[in-house]
Design a protein around this ligand. Structure first.
Ligand code: ZN
Length: 289
C-alpha cells in the first residue's frame, strides 16, 4: 500500500458583519486538511464563504495534481466548517461528504431558515452558497477508506459545541481535531459556559491524547503554525486558565477577558474570547441570584 501524506491549508481570517451591517471583527482562521495517497484524497472541513472555498479549491488542485478528491469529512456541525461542501462537490465531481450522525443532525439545525438567517446569513451576507449540501452519516464504526487506508471518526463529546469529533488516521498517527483543539487563537467558550462543560472539553482532549497522535491539526490556527502535539496540553491549559479566571467571585466579562489577554497576549481573535467571557459572566450572575 502506498504511504499517506497530508497537507494543511489555513483559510485566513475574514471579517463578519453585525446585524446593523457594521463590521463585528475577524472570524478565526479555519484549517482544512488534505490527506492523500497515490491516486486519491480526503479533505477535512471547509471554510465559510464562496471566495474562501474558491481559494481552497485552487490550493487542492495545485497540491495534488492528478489525484482525485473522493471524500470530504466534516468534524462537527458548526457551519463555518462545512459551508463549502456544495461548491466543492461541483468543482470536484463525485466527491461525497461524510460525518457522524451527531454532526449531520447539528448541520441540519444550522441551516434551518430562521436559524441561518439569524446567524451565518447575517454575519456573511451574500457571501455564502445557500444551496446547502449536507454530509451523509457514516456507519456506527465511524470508518471509511482512502485507497485501502482506514480513516476513523472518533466521537469525543462536547468541546466548543456538542457532538464533536476528530478524524484519526492511524497509518500516520494524525489527529485532525476540528474545534476540539485550538492553535494560537482564542478558544470559543460561548457554549462551553459552565465548569461542567469546560471539564467535558478537557475530557475530549484527553480522548485525543489517548490515541497517542504524532501530529495534531487544530481546527482554528494561525496560517503557518506547526501542527504539533503540544496544542493538546496548550488547549487544556487555556480552558483551565479560563475557569480559574472566571472563578467564583462574579467577575464581569471585561474583567475575565482582560485577565485572559494578559495571560495569552498572542492568541488571535479577542472577539471570540469576549463571547466566552460574556457567557461565563452571565451564568455566574445567574448563580448569584
Ligand atoms: Zn470552529
Amino acid at each position: 500500500m502506498s504511504p499517506l501524506r497530508a497537507n494543511v491549508y489555513v483559510a485566513p481570517a475574514i471579517p463578519w458583519s453585525k446585524p446593523n451591517g457594521k463590521e463585528g471583527g475577524p472570524w478565526s482562521p479555519i484549517s482544512c486538511t488534505l490527506i492523500h495517497s497515490d491516486n486519491e484524497a480526503v479533505l477535512v472541513d471547509t471554510p465559510i464563504t464562496n471566495a474562501q472555498n474558491e481559494d481552497l479549491a485552487a490550493w487542492i488542485e495545485s497540491t495534488i495534481p492528478g489525484k482525485r478528491l473522493t471524500t470530504i469529512y466534516i468534524t462537527h456541525g458548526h457551519a463555518d466548517h462545512w459551508l463549502g461542501i456544495n461548491m466543492l462537490q461541483k468543482r470536484f465531481p463525485g466527491v461525497r461528504a461524510v460525518a457522524t450522525e451527531g454532526t449531520v443532525a447539528h448541520m441540519k439545525q444550522q441551516v434551518e431558515p430562521a436559524a441561518f438567517k439569524a446567524t451565518w446569513g447575517t454575519q456573511f451576507p451574500n457571501q455564502i452558497d445557500t444551496e446547502f449540501a449536507l454530509a451523509d452519516p457514516l456507519p456506527a464504526s465511524g470508518e471509511f477508506q482512502l485507497e485501502g487506508h482506514i480513516l476513523r471518526a472518533i466521537e469525543v463529546g462536547h468541546s466548543d459545541t456538542h457532538d464533536t469529533t476528530v478524524l484519526w488516521v492511524p497509518d500516520i498517527s494524525l489527529a485532525v481535531c476540528g474545534d476540539v483543539v485550538y492553535g494560537d487563537v482564542h478558544c470559543m467558550l460561548g457554549a462551553a459556559n459552565t465548569k461542567a462543560l469546560r471539564e467535558e472539553w478537557i475530557t475530549a482532549i484527553e480522548k485525543v491524547e489517548a490515541l497517542h497522535p504524532e501530529t495534531v491539526v487544530p481546527g482554528h490556527m494561525k496560517p503557518g503554525e506547526l501542527t504539533g502535539t503540544f496544542h493538546l496540553a496548550a488547549t487544556k491549559q487555556y480552558i483551565r486558565d479560563f475557569g480559574d479566571v472566571v472563578g467564583e467571585d462574579g467577575k464581569n466579562a471585561r474583567e475575565i477577558a482582560g485577565e485572559m489577554l494578559r495571560r495569552y497576549p498572542t492568541r488571535f481573535n479577542q472577539g471570540a474570547l469576549l463571547v466566552g467571557a460574556m457567557a461565563a459572566a452571565k451564568i455566574g450572575q445567574m448563580g448569584k441570584l
